[in-house]
Design a protein. Structure first.
Length: 524
């Protein structure tokens, strides 16, 4: 018996399979969307099952009984798609645009992670009041503190820190859906912990455009900054100065059933007042070593993030499909480290002028049972950290602004804040890298066998310097009597090469009547 899945989300229009001796069939690696399943067999009626909704990595079981009759006769069946996956123990949460576009959370990794049962978020964001996409990753799920951010199954991690350290940010309008795996992941993953996977969005045979936009400011925000809290010593509270997220997208056919496009952009702003912080009246005065709060100017942080990307999907022939994407993004965060222990004149800026992604995919159903797929992501990021005062001070003045830390309150002021363990540091980092995966799937009715290889390689070049190689410690910020001097040797430059971070694996999902066994082996 022949089975065919047809959907407007497939540029090839249909995918087909043939049942095995037990009457079972499988069709794998289908894109999210609505499908019509057609069952055909010579001498029997044709049966169609409409509106089968697919999402995430779930296994949807669709069966049919064919009766003897003319081939020209077609029986159409409609009904709800089964929502319980009886063949997998993977715990997966799926976010499609029915959710992404209406939930009152920031559309970031942290915003989505806050909706996952058992997830721990390092920095929650309520109501998109501070939409920083670079903080608040999913810190841990069920105690496992490792999260991989991926696009179509390929890691987007930077080559610094753990695999959960991703200096880029995602554009939800460029994704068809987002899946979060939190338990019982398959052998194609190198680690445990959560896996956040963004499925790229293709165009279609019809032109369409969409816009997501939000805006907020302090007039639209409430607080619990009561007189009792003020009496306890907090003079100002955290508040939202202004924030917005503008995210348009549009796509359609260049050649119907042959070449599709999708283009999208995103602009985010997040400016927040930091509670209990004030500018320093003695800022940028090399002769003044004390901190005097300017209570008329509350400390704040600002952030700008922008992204533009496009995607082409090309159905070369019946057995070959190619997709390419380009993503360019950047960000600038001013006064980024302002806090109760960092005065604004010492706060760091984080500048990421270049984040470039080149994304390529090739897939081919070589036969009704054999599927090959290759996905490659090449990225180049440049980012830096520098003191805010460098924007308007001369080099001679900068060399006089020595970082100071008050021993009694740990307040840092006067000179640049620490970058890591380095006070007053100026940092520039360049990180080119390439990650890819290659998979080959052999699918029968009872078995779904997959073998694969994944790798990541590149290097990290770190350039650290400072205008001032000294740091003072004083007893307190009011008297500023020094009791410690620290000297640093500048500059510091180093390069780290990642030759390979690769793994190979093989796995199978074997269905025996009502039982399904999943097993695999991986070597990294």
């Amino acid at each position: 018996m022949s089975n065919a899945y047809a959907s407007p989300v497939l540029i090839e229009r249909t995918r087909s399979a043939v049942t095995d001796g037990g009457g079972n069939y499988r069709i794998e690696n289908l894109r999210p969307g609505s499908y019509t399943v057609t069952f055909t067999l010579t001498g029997f009626n044709t049966v169609k099952r409409e509106r089968v909704e697919l999402s995430g990595a779930q296994t949807v079981t669709i069966g049919a009984e064919l009766k003897v009759g003319a081939v020209a006769e077609t029986i159409t069946v409609t009904g709800e798609t089964p929502i319980v996956d009886l063949q997998s123990t993977t715990k997966q949460t799926v976010f499609n645009h029915d959710l992404l576009d209406v939930l009152p959370v920031s559309r970031t990794d942290a915003g989505l992670g806050a909706l996952v049962v058992g997830a721990n978020i390092s920095a929650a964001n309520v109501g998109d009041a501070a939409p920083n996409p670079l903080v608040g990753k999913i810190a841990s799920v069920h105690g496992v503190a490792d999260t991989r951010i991926m696009v179509n199954g390929v890691t987007t991690a930077t080559l610094m820190g753990s695999q959960s350290n991703d200096m880029s940010f995602r554009n939800p309008m460029a994704s068809q859906e987002v899946t979060v795996d939190t338990a019982a992941v398959s052998a194609d993953g190198a680690t445990g912990g959560a896996r956040v996977n963004y499925i790229p969005r293709d165009g279609g045979n019809f032109f369409k455009a969409t816009l997501f936009a939000t805006y907020s400011n302090d007039s639209l925000q409430g607080d619990n900054f009561t007189q009792r809290v003020k009496d306890l010593g907090l003079r100002t509270a955290n508040s939202n100065r202004r924030s917005w997220d503008i995210n348009p997208g549009a796509g359609g056919p260049i050649l119907r059933d042959k070449l599709w496009f999708w283009a999208t952009g995103r602009s985010q702003v997040g400016d927040t007042n930091v509670g209990g912080t004030f500018f320093n009246l003695n800022a940028n005065n090399p002769a003044a070593w004390t901190y005097v709060a300017d209570t008329s100017r509350q400390g704040f942080q600002t952030g700008r993030w922008w992204d533009a990307q496009g995607r082409l999907t090309w159905q070369v022939n019946n057995n070959n499909k190619i997709a390419v994407s380009y993503d360019r993004q950047g960000s600038l965060q001013r006064y980024n480290t302002v806090s109760a222990t960092v005065s604004p004149e010492s706060a760091l800026n984080r500048n990421m002028p270049v984040q470039s992604f080149y994304h390529g995919e090739w897939s081919s159903p070589l036969t009704n049972r054999l599927l090959a797929e290759v996905v490659v992501i090449n990225r180049h990021e440049i980012w830096g950290v520098y003191g805010h005062s460098q924007e308007f001070q001369t080099a001679s003045l900068l060399s006089s602004m020595i970082p100071v830390v008050a021993q009694n309150t740990n307040l840092r002021y006067h000179g640049g804040d620490s970058y890591g363990q380095f006070p007053g540091a100026v940092n520039r980092t360049s990180v080119p890298s390439t990650a890819y995966r290659v998979t080959l799937s052999y699918v029968t009715g009872a078995h779904s066998i997959k073998v694969g290889y994944n790798d990541q390689q590149g290097y990290l070049h770190h350039d650290l310097t400072a205008f001032q190689p000294l740091a003072y410690r004083v007893n307190n910020s009011a008297a500023a009597i020094p009791n410690q001097l620290t000297e640093y040797a500048w500059p510091l430059k180093f390069k780290t090469d990642l030759d390979h971070d690769w793994g190979i694996y093989a796995q199978d999902r074997w269905t025996i009547k009502r039982a399904t066994v999943t097993y695999g082996l991986r070597w990294d």
